[in-house]
Design a protein around this ligand. Structure first.
Ligand code: HEM
Length: 402
């Protein structure tokens, strides 16, 4: 198969598939679990086993921003160049040895000890946010609860001062901006750079014990990191750590609205909350795929991927693969889904996975313990216009207090 040939495929952008993502994947997987998609100019991989294997294959590279940037329409390429330069410095888009070096910059801050320390703070913050809305009998799960919760955790982790935390409000992330070729976030980026520069200056004289301080200390101590690299990976932390978790909690709440018997199960058996977090991640992830570029020819499921081709690993499809999960489209909070693909796999495995699991566990536990009888307000909720990021625009509900 060469990239000039076209396979007749289903198109997720067609209105008939709107809101039916997992049915769409199933139809696509049924036709061909590994195929070339002319619209995306990419190979598309939909089976759990192939995604897991390819994520660990070092013939696939995560260094792909150059390709993405070159693929943008010529008129927006210059506008997006500053953003592309920042993305290029993030570990997510680098390969060893740079990837290993940049991962070292953040990993020491996300230790199990840190997560144990912040656990009670996350619980307190979740309860504070619920205290405000529970007596009113209505809330927007995203805007009143999950977004301020994850923003608070990231501000705490990254050491973003309270006066600057508003810059993270409604932050959807740099990648959605890059792909929508919008320069709207550029002013916010400039403001964040100012906060970063001022914070870095303070931390050079030794203030603070947050991850930001550790990053600046590593830069000074090892001289291994440029200031742009520290800034880019500081942004990655904010980026990768916030909207993903906000919307995972939103998607989990929507899943419980559709499965009230599972919400009751979680109310009756709160000890299931840790296990449930994995199932929520499997069932409806906020991140649906990731991409790689082949650096050599690769055979997968009888298909021939050529060096230079782009490969899209559809994590959300792997999570609903019937070859891996019995009755995959059913939410089952007792299911053991620890091998879900929502955090990726291989060297780029999500650095914030343990923190995200803790946030999801606490958020869903507190939500169901303090409220019951949820009703969706305002009809079917709408989604961000993106095939990769499954972000609800809002999730207004009514409920009774427990
Ligand atoms: C990487 C998903 C939360 C930090 C990743 C990747 C995925 C992912 C799929 C790998 C991407 C790839 O292989 O191309 C998620 C989801 C989250 C979440 C679904 C929440 C539900 C977090 C949090 C943090 C974080 C809370 C930090 C506080 C990172 C970082 C990377 C990453 C730094 C890059 C790792 C590397 O390139 O080595 N995440 N993430 N993530 N995530 Fe997360």
């Amino acid at each position: 198969m060469t990239i000039t040939e076209t396979e007749s495929l289903l198109d997720l952008f067609e209105p008939e598939w709107s809101g039916r993502t997992y049915e769409f994947y199933s139809a696509l997987r049924g036709r061909n679990p590994v195929h070339w998609d002319d619209l995306m100019r990419s190979w598309v991989v939909l089976s759990h086993a192939d995604i897991a294997a390819l994520s660990k294959d070092d013939r696939l590279s995560g260094a792909r921003i150059g390709e993405f940037h070159a693929a943008l329409p010529p008129e927006s390429r210059a506008d997006m160049a500053p953003l592309a330069a920042i993305l290029q410095d993030m570990m997510l888009f680098r390969e060893p040895p740079e990837h290993t070096r940049l991962r070292r910059l953040i990993r020491p801050g996300l230790t199990p000890r840190f997560i144990r320390t912040v656990r009670s703070m996350i619980e307190e913050l979740a309860d504070e946010l619920l205290d405000r809305v529970v007596p009113t009998g209505r809330m927007d799960v995203i805007h009143d609860f999950s977004e301020p919760l994850t923003r608070g955790v990231i501000a705490l982790l990254a050491g973003v001062p309270a006066h600057a935390a508003h810059l993270l409000k409604d932050w959807r992330g740099l990648l959605p901006e890059f792909f929508s070729q919008s320069s709207a976030e550029m002013s916010r980026l400039t403001a964040l750079r100012e906060v970063f520069d001022a914070g870095a200056e303070q931390r050079r004289s030794g203030a603070g014990d947050d991850l930001f301080t550790q990053m600046i200390s590593a830069q000074l101590r090892d001289g291994e990191y440029t200031e742009d690299e520290v800034f880019a990976n500081f942004l990655l932390l904010i980026d990768a750590g916030q909207a993903t978790t906000t919307h995972l909690v939103g998607n989990a709440a929507l899943a419980l609205l559709d499965h009230p018997e599972q919400a009751d199960l979680l109310r009756q058996r709160p000890e299931l909350a840790g296990n449930a977090a994995y199932e929520f991640l499997r069932y409806d992830s906020s991140v649906q795929f990731t991409t790689r570029v082949a650096t050599a020819d690769i055979e997968v499921a009888g298909r021939h991927i050529r060096g230079g081709d782009t490969v899209t690993l559809v994590l959300g499809a792997g999570n609903h693969d019937p070859a891996r999960y019995t009755d995959p489209d059913r939410l089952d909070l007792t299911r053991k889904a620890t091998d879900h693909l929502s955090f990726g796999h291989g060297i780029h495995f999500c650095l914030g996975a343990a923190l995200a699991l803790t946030e999801i566990e606490i958020a869903m536990h507190r939500l169901v313990q303090r409220t019951r009888n949820w009703r969706l307000e305002g009809g079917e909720p709408s989604w961000l216009d993106s095939v990769n990021f499954r972000f609800l625009n809002a999730l207004p509900i009514r409920f009774d207090e427990r």
